[in-house]
Design a protein around this ligand. Structure first.
Ligand code: IPE
Ligand code: IPE
Ligand code: MG
Length: 250
């Protein structure tokens, strides 16, 4: 029996975010180049996106490349960019067929032209997808995003289109790249590290975290369902006490 049958369909996370970590160590353990780990990581993305869709998860955000990852050796960065183009080109038709809409968050201006164009084409082609929104965080970091938001808010206040008194949490959220997305319910990090690495700092204010030692290329549907089951055992209190949550659920 697959773990999918054990999920409580009334308590599914609407939005799962994943820090896909451990590709390099997966490859190293096999005496392979880091690039082989990234390639195998693409296969894991396909598996996990399908599994999420099967479990009726509505939003899946994948941390694919951080602002800090630009500091890696240029050979690895170029390899990752080529892989991105390869994967997007290969998958666009299937994504469209399966009702998957691709969205990108991050500083796309830093991407090489051909990567940006392939990405835009995929976003355009899959725009009608209604089953799963697959958000790719590419050249993304939370501090970059929040700094950009501060700049835009200041510009709008100066231009008179936003009044300082109007600024609240809701308004600030509207200045983030995630403005159209709900906050993640569950954040998974593979690869054993227990840190956030500049990912969705604002949006994860009340997200449940799940860490696993499994390297990303080994992550699969059963591992995803295991994480969801673990999430379903938790009580999200948002600062309140258990009794309040229980009476809310009645
Ligand atoms: C995650 O795997 C993929 C990216 C950051 C692009 P890593 O490449 O960080 O793998 P490790 O952490 O070195 O094993
Ligand atoms: C985080 O992984 C970024 C992505 C998964 C894209 P890293 O491997 O870059 O994280 P740190 O730098 O070790 O924290
Ligand atoms: Mg890593």
């Amino acid at each position: 029996m697959s773990l999918i049958d054990k999920l409580d369909h009334n308590r599914l996370p609407a939005h799962i975010a994943i820090i896909m970590d451990g590709n390099g160590r997966w490859a190293k353990a096999r005496g392979l180049d880091r690039g082989e780990g990234h390639k195998e990581g693409v296969e894991a993305i396909r598996r996990v996106a399908e599994a999420a869709s099967r479990a009726s998860v509505q939003y899946l955000t994948l941390y694919a490349f951080s602002t800090e990852n630009w500091r890696r050796p240029s050979e690895e960065v170029n390899g990752l960019m080529d892989l991105m183009v390869y994967a997007l080109t290969r998958e666009t038709a299937a994504l469209k067929k399966n009702g998957v809409r691709i969205v990108c968050i991050g500083n796309v201006d830093r991407l090489p032209g051909h990567v940006r164009e392939t990405l835009q084409e995929c976003i355009h082609e899959t725009a009608g997808g209604e089953r799963l929104t697959l958000v790719i965080a590419l050249s993304y970091s939370s501090k970059w995003e929040l700094t950009e938001a501060a700049r835009k808010i200041s510009r709008d206040v100066k231009a008179g289109t936003l009044r300082e008194e109007e600024i609240n949490e809701e308004i600030l959220s509207q200045y983030l790249t995630t403005r159209d997305l709900p906050d993640p319910d569950l954040l998974i990090r593979t690869g054993g590290e227990q840190r956030i690495s500049n990912f969705l700092l604002w949006q994860c204010a009340y997200t449940e975290f799940y860490f696993t030692e499994t390297f990303w290329p080994d992550f699969n549907e059963e591992e995803l369902y295991k994480a969801i089951l673990n999430y379903q055992k938790r009580e999200r209190r948002y600062g309140m006490i258990s009794e309040q949550i229980e009476s809310d659920q009645k």
